[in-house]
Design a protein around this ligand. Structure first.
Ligand SMILES: [Zn+2]
Length: 249
């Protein structure tokens, strides 16, 4: 690390259990963030400012006026631009030392598998079940830790699926894919702006802990937040031995 980096990351380096070694792990880490909207915005901002060295930001959407209430990676000047590119430029402004790749696409099939395989840590910040399950399948296949967040109305949830471990549940163990699964998203139901900040920032904290091998992650636990009462619930998540996605791992 050079002098500028020692200064930039000084408040991390001071931390017990993190220090220069932990910061160097951040700088070496490759994080894939799928979704540059409400959750992806705070997650990407904190990972960039924290010094995650390689970030890939994936989103096939364009910035719209109704996004700006909560998607803090984008500004009024970004209207009409692809979110992945607007996000990349914002991250570069916050921290020009890191490498950010923007992918304006919806990852599917082999492209999803390759992107997951190339990452150390994957953040699911998307807003639809089909993509969530595709991300989970790729993370199971390539044994990558997955940090998954969701937020709708006043309710949020977040968990870490540490698929490097044989006993870890996967996303499908908890939320089985079904034909009836209907996407409920912010476009139809609304969402309180800071809720996505709280959940997205929690995803960033989980990713940093995974990158540095620090503390205890949410692996095996689902954290749920009702922002109206501001109460958090922690639910243990067992592995489903009959889960069609992870049982043959
Ligand atoms: Zn499973």
């Amino acid at each position: 690390m050079n002098d500028q980096q020692l200064l930039r990351y000084a408040r991390h380096i001071l931390l017990d259990d993190l220090g220069i070694e932990g910061q160097e792990r951040f700088l070496a880490a490759k994080v894939l963030i799928i979704g540059a909207g409400g959750l992806g915005s705070p997650a990407a901002l904190y990972l960039a400012t924290a010094g995650i060295g390689h970030i890939t930001l994936v989103d096939d959407d364009i910035v719209e006026l109704s996004n700006l209430q909560r998607q803090i990676l984008h500004t009024t000047a970004s209207l009409g631009r692809p979110k992945a590119e607007s996000g990349r430029d914002m991250l570069a402004a916050f921290n020009p030392e890191i490498e950010v790749q923007a992918r304006v696409e919806r990852l599917q099939g082999e492209a999803m598998a390759q992107a997951v395989a190339a990452a150390d840590i994957v953040l699911d910040c998307c807003d639809n079940f089909a993509t969530r399950h595709a991300i989970n399948r790729a993370c199971v296949r390539h044994r990558k830790p997955l940090v998954s967040g969701a937020a709708i109305r006043y309710d949020g949830q977040v968990s870490t699926y540490d698929l490097r471990r044989d006993d870890a549940p996967c996303y499908h163990c908890l939320f089985p894919e079904s034909d009836e699964a209907e996407d409920i998203n912010c476009a139809t139901t609304g969402v309180l702006a800071p809720l996505v900040g709280i959940i997205g920032a929690t995803q960033a904290a989980e990713a940093l802990k995974l990158a540095a091998g620090l503390g205890e992650t949410l692996a095996g636990r689902l954290l749920q937040l009702d922002v109206r009462s501001m109460r958090w619930h922690s639910v243990n998540v067992p592995r489903d031995p009959d889960c069609p996605v992870c049982r043959q791992r």
